[in-house]
Design a protein around this ligand. Structure first.
Ligand SMILES: NC(=O)c1ccc[n+]([C@@H]2O[C@H](COP(=O)([O-])OP(=O)(O)OC[C@H]3O[C@@H](n4cnc5c(N)ncnc54)[C@H](O)[C@@H]3O)[C@@H](O)[C@H]2O)c1
Length: 431
């Protein structure tokens, strides 16, 4: 058992804290948000993640997990201190390191003995060196420490599962033995381990996210071509995915990627490349295609309805993907703003994300279920592929709508079935 502190207990930090406690470590989660800390200490997860509630409750009960907003309660006893604070986009899209720097200062001020500082936040290449410099400059006494990059690859919506069943674990440091010691924390998990240098570990995270985002923009470009040549992108991607060199994942055409990672990480990588004198043509195209997908679904609605002014549009889904309440950089936000700007009225339903979006957007009506959304609308737009939307009673839905128009931004329905049921149906990249 090791003693671990996790600084920043958002999606990544809370998952890391709960899971490390579950595999037997003594963990203290530290967050500057006192209200969040109070809720977590009561056993209330501050985010929605399948399985988190239960695991968190157990870990609090066994005493292996606790939370504080006070660094001096967490850092002095820790052998390993994880940094899992946010790295939001700055004004020009670069990663803003303000929270990472604050965390490094706080850790240094509270350190009483040798620790290994493990950076889990997604950061520009070289940030580990910046953390080391800040900690060094702010230490009260001369205490040896190491910095290791251990990027996180979990997906929101399956964060606990992904943490417990990683495809690989990456550790990078100038100090190989420190990297191996951090790998030792995960010895109960079955995973391929890659030990490398600090810069390479930091780059692996950006390169992985940029590649996945590229696959999504690639298939969205194929979808646009499919619409013009009368082909079905869903079958195209199925056929492509059967090739082992390609594989089936991240080949779903739709409204494009969103969330707290892909948009900001692709942008941050591109801006970082530019500051190093390289123009990232492919990454720029990936971002442009992605944003255009959000406009294209609104264009489809406009085309089918013959204009949007005065139309009532119902959105199914708001979160950027299913099984999460996260709406950060969610396509739904751009879509709503675009629809409102074009004079439409918008209402929506999402199984989890409504309270989160409501807190930042009150210009739309939030409904209790998909049927309430459908009542009297001129069109429905599927924004998020929540499972419950696949099992809707289509006849009931149609009977409630003013006009039976569905634009399926996630291709969850079969075009022929929908037309047979009497809907005017438009998917993405399907004839
Ligand atoms: N969310 C994901 O799916 C995901 C996946 C992989 C990697 N990442 C990366 O992990 C990092 C964290 O992302 P997240 O989604 O968990 O962010 P988040 O915004 O959900 O959580 C960050 C937390 O850090 C806290 N915080 C900020 N400054 C602090 C400080 N100085 N001391 C203590 N706490 C502080 C905030 O209050 C917040 O609770 C980011 O770099 C992100 O890119 C995120």
């Amino acid at each position: 058992m090791s003693s671990v502190a996790v600084v920043g207990t958002g999606y990544v930090g809370l998952t890391t804290a709960v899971c490390l406690a579950d595999i037997g470590h003594q963990v203290t989660g530290v967050d500057i948000d006192e209200a969040k800390v109070a809720r977590m200490a009561r056993g209330e997860p501050t985010i929605y993640e399948p399985g988190l509630d239960e695991l968190m409750g157990q870990a609090l009960k066994t005493g292996l997990l606790r939370f504080t907003s006070d660094y001096s309660q967490a850092i002095p006893g820790a052998d390993f201190v994880f940094i899992a604070v946010g790295t939001p986009p700055g004004r020009r899209g670069e990663a803003d390191l303000v929270y990472v720097k604050q965390a490094a200062k706080g850790i240094a001020a509270a350190m009483k003995k040798t620790v290994t500082i493990v950076n889990k936040s997604t950061v520009p290449i070289g940030t580990g060196n910046i953390v080391a410099r800040i900690v060094g400059e702010n230490l009260r006494d001369e205490i040896p420490f190491s910095v290791v990059s251990n990027p996180e690859f979990l997906r929101e919506g399956s964060a606990i599962y992904d943490f417990m069943h990683p495809d690989r674990l990456v550790f990078g440091s100038h100090d190989e033995s420190a990297a191996r010691a951090v790998a030792g924390l995960y010895s109960k998990l079955e995973a391929r381990i890659l030990i490398t240098d600090l810069h390479t570990a930091e780059m692996i995270k950006y390169a992985s996210n940029a590649f996945l985002a590229t696959r999504i923009s690639f298939i969205n470009e194929m979808a646009r071509i499919c619409e013009r040549v009368d082909a079905d992108v869903k079958v195209v991607s199925e056929g492509m995915g059967m090739d082992r060199r390609i594989g089936p994942l991240f080949l779903d055409a739709g409204i494009g990627y969103g969330g707290s990672c892909f948009p900001k990480d692709v942008k941050a990588l591109a801006r970082m490349a530019e500051t190093m004198g390289y123009h990232p043509e492919l990454l720029d195209a990936v971002m442009e295609i992605n944003l255009d997908q959000r406009t294209l679904v609104v264009e489809k609605l406009r085309e089918v309805l013959g204009g949007l002014r005065g139309q009532l549009i119902g959105l199914l889904g708001l979160s950027y993907k299913p099984n999460t309440d996260d709406v950060r950089e969610a396509p739904s936000i751009d879509v709503i703003e675009n629809l409102l700007q074009k004079g439409a009225t918008v209402r929506a339903y999402d199984p989890k994300a409504m309270p989160v979006l409501k807190a930042q957007m009150n210009s739309i009506e939030y409904c209790r279920d998909p049927y309430a959304v459908a009542t009297g609308v001129d069109a429905l737009l599927v924004v998020t592929e929540w499972d419950e939307f696949r099992h809707l009673d289509l006849d009931r839905l149609k009977s409630l709508m003013r006009r039976p128009v569905i634009v399926d931004g996630r291709n969850i329905f079969d075009p022929k079935t929908m037309r047979d049921r009497g809907f005017v149906y438009r998917g993405v990249g399907r004839s």
